[in-house]
Write a protein that binds this ligand. Structure first.
Ligand SMILES: Cc1ncc(COP(=O)(O)O)c(C=O)c1O
Length: 343
């Protein structure tokens, strides 16, 4: 187990609570570095190249957070007043403190994404609406896996259909957990991301790196992204110290995500058993999340806390349990016991 604060609780609030592994800490200590402001940090360059190759794009840019990568994508493809179509529960809409409006000045056109996907028909409609006094559609954002829908994976065919509907309007994929999607579906990340002009992935979630996300796309797009990163204050210097952990994340931490997915299934079965009406279908839990509605969330969270389990919420009345590297089978056993007696 990696060193760090261990409060003795099974922490299912998020996979962002994972701590860097010992291999990451060693790689960070030994990282070769330079000034990335001049493009001279060899470890950052290596991570960018590896990621770009992994997701099938020409180039990539290392950024501090997934939120910044999403914001850069908005600024790359839109002009103030332009319209961005996104699912109403996506991170770029609901969990970035209004950044799309503040940083890119865009009009967010939000559509139904209860099932974790954006429908091609909604994109056709939004494109056509420009002929009827609506703002011009300049970007479509999708999320893979889709967090609020319970970590669901975009079927490749559905994304291809979306891209066809979008025509020359680019797609940005928020793939904060793209490698969870790869592991769950068996489809390589580069295929999952192929219809998207840009794709973002976080190293700092289930892959356990302490900091860092990457944005990948065509050479000219990533050149422009470098300028946008600077505008947002995200240019870093000897960032190889953290990029080194990202390299370990890509090399060592992807295949094991399947363990988190198995554990999420066990949690989903317990939730479905305790609350058959909560809408959780264990067989449809594809990755590392269980999201469900509960009538008395504060009571439930307090009960779990007393039983040694930390749970999170993502909306009023909506609970989220996330499995990850720092929770093992014994931890899940504790969760199951706590759920059985939950209010
Ligand atoms: C789907 C999704 N996209 C983007 C982000 C943003 O990542 P960060 O916390 O690094 O800004 C998150 C964070 O939890 C996320 O879940």
């Amino acid at each position: 187990m990696a060193r760090g604060v261990d409060h003795g609780l099974v922490d299912l609030r998020s996979d962002t609570v994972t701590r860097p592994t010992d291999a990451m800490r060693s790689a960070m200590a030994a990282a070769e570095v330079g000034d990335d402001g001049y493009g001279e940090d060899p470890t950052v360059v290596r991570l960018q190249e590896r990621f770009a190759d992994r997701v099938g794009k020409q180039a990539a840019l290392f950024v501090p957070t997934g939120t910044m990568a999403n914001q850069i994508a908005l600024r790359l493809f839109t002009r103030p007043g332009g319209m961005v179509l996104a699912g109403r529960h996506q991170h770029v809409v609901a969990f970035e403190h209004g950044a799309a409006g503040a940083n890119a000045g865009v009009h967010l056109h939000t559509v139904d994404d209860e099932a974790g996907v954006v429908r091609a028909g909604d994109v056709c409609w939004a494109r056509a609406a420009a002929q009827h006094h609506w703002p011009e559609l300049q970007l479509v954002c999708v999320e893979n896996t889709h967090m609020a829908a319970g970590g669901t994976v975009w079927p490749v065919g559905a994304l291809e259909a979306l891209a066809e509907a979008a025509g020359d309007v680019p797609i940005h994929m928020d793939g904060a957990r793209l490698f969870n999607a790869e592991v769950a579906s068996g489809v390589p990340a580069r295929e999952l991301a192929a219809p998207a002009a840009t794709v973002m992935t976080c190293m700092s979630k289930g892959l356990c790196a302490p900091i860092g996300s990457l944005l990948a796309g065509a050479d000219d797009v990533i050149d422009a992204a470098r300028g946008e990163r600077q505008r947002l204050g995200g240019a870093m210097r000897q960032a190889g110290v953290v990029a080194a952990a990202g390299l370990v994340a890509l090399e060592q931490m992807i295949d094991r995500l399947v363990e988190d997915h198995h554990r999420a299934r066990r949690v989903a079965e317990a939730v479905a058993q305790r609350w058959p009406d909560a809408g959780v279908v264990p067989e449809s839990v594809q990755t590392n999340m269980v999201v469900f509605a509960h009538r008395q969330v504060p009571l439930l969270l307090a009960h779990l806390r007393t039983a040694g389990v930390l749970a999170g919420t993502i909306a009023p009345g909506v609970v989220r349990l996330v499995t990850h590297h720092d929770v093992d089978d014994a931890g899940i056993d504790r969760v199951l016991v706590a759920l059985r007696s939950a209010p």
